[in-house]
Write a protein that binds this ligand. Structure first.
Ligand SMILES: Cc1cc2nc3c(=O)[nH]c(=O)nc-3n(C[C@H](O)[C@H](O)[C@H](O)COP(=O)(O)OP(=O)(O)OC[C@H]3O[C@@H](n4cnc5c(N)ncnc54)[C@H](O)[C@@H]3O)c2cc1C
Length: 210
C-alpha cells in the first residue's frame, strides 16, 4: 500500500527484509558450520544500528537474527542440522516468537497457553498477543505451559518451548493482525487444539523459561 507514492509506514517491508537476508546480514549470528557468518553480538548490533541510522526500522528484521539462538543453544543435533542451514540460506524465516499473552506481559510465568502431551506429540490451546511478524515468518518459537502453575514448585518451572510451523495452518491456528503505526506487523495468535509433533519440543520439557 502506498500513500502519495511513499510506502505506507505500517506496511511490512518484505522486499527490504528479503534483500538483507539475501546478502547474509541476518545470518550474522549463525555459526559458519551451519552456513552463517559466525559473528558475535557486537557485530550483529552494529548491523542493526546501521539499519536504524539509515532511517529504517530494525524491528522488522532483527528477530530473524536472534530467534534461531533458541535452536542453536537448546535444540537437538537433528533440529540444528534441519533448521539452521536453511535459516542461514534465507530459505526459512524464523522471526516470530510468542511469549506475551493478554494477562501475561512483563511476567511470562503467568502465561495460560497450555501444551498437553498426547501420544506422538502435543496439543496446544490458548492465545498470544503482540506476536510480531507471525504473518511474515515460516516458523515461530512458542512458550507454553506444560505443567499447571499450581503443580510446580517454582512458577518458572513447567514452561516449555516449541517450534511451530506456520506455513500449513488450518483452523487450529489463527493469526489476526493488530493495526499499529509501526511496520513490524504485530498480531494476535489463537491456538485451538493445535497438534504439534513430538519433535517440535526444543530443549527439555519444563525448562523453557530458562
Ligand atoms: C509493538 C510491540 C511488539 C511486540 N512484539 C512481541 C513479540 O514479538 N513477541 C512477544 O512475545 N511479545 C511482544 N510484545 C509484547 C511485549 O514484550 C510486552 O508488551 C511487554 O512484555 C510488556 O507486557 P505488557 O504489555 O503486558 O505490560 P505489563 O506487564 O502489563 O506492564 C505495564 C506497565 O507496568 C510495568 N510493570 C509491570 N510489572 C511491574 C513490576 N513488577 N514492577 C514495576 N512495574 C511493573 C511495566 O514496566 C509497564 O510499564 C510486543 C509489544 C509491542 C507493543
Amino acid at each position: 500500500m502506498t500513500t502519495g507514492g511513499r510506502l505506507s509506514p505500517d506496511r511490512y517491508p518484505t522486499e527490504f527484509v528479503a534483500a538483507l537476508t539475501e546478502h547474509g546480514w541476518l545470518a550474522a549470528l549463525i555459526p559458519e558450520r551451519y552456513g552463517g557468518s559466525g559473528l558475535g553480538i557486537g557485530a550483529a548490533s552494529a548491523i542493526l544500528e546501521e539499519v536504524c541510522a539509515s532511517g529504517c526500522n530494525a524491528g522488522a528484521c532483527h528477530a530473524q537474527m536472534y530467534t534461531m539462538g533458541t535452536i542453536l543453544r537448546h535444540g537437538s543435533d537433528e533440529q540444528k542440522a534441519e533448521y539452521l542451514p536453511r535459516i542461514a540460506a534465507g530459505e526459512l524465516r524464523l522471526q516470530a516468537f510468542a511469549v506475551t499473552e493478554p494477562d501475561a506481559g512483563s511476567d511470562p510465568t503467568r502465561i495460560k497457553t497450555r501444551a498437553r502431551q498426547v501420544e506422538g506429540g502435543w496439543v496446544v490451546d490458548g492465545q498470544k498477543i503482540w506476536t510480531s511478524r507471525a504473518e511474515h515468518s515460516d516458523l515461530m518459537v512458542l512458550l507454553a505451559r506444560t505443567t499447571p502453575a499450581d503443580e510446580v514448585e517454582k512458577r518458572t518451572d513447567g514452561l516449555s518451548v516449541f517450534l511451530v510451523d506456520l506455513r500449513d495452518r488450518g483452523s487450529q491456528l489463527t493469526i489476526k493482525p493488530i493495526a499499529t503505526m509501526m511496520n513490524h506487523a504485530p498480531t494476535e495468535v489463537f491456538f485451538d487444539g493445535l497438534e504439534l509433533p513430538a519433535a517440535a519440543l526444543i530443549g527439555e520439557r519444563g525448562r523453557g523459561f530458562r
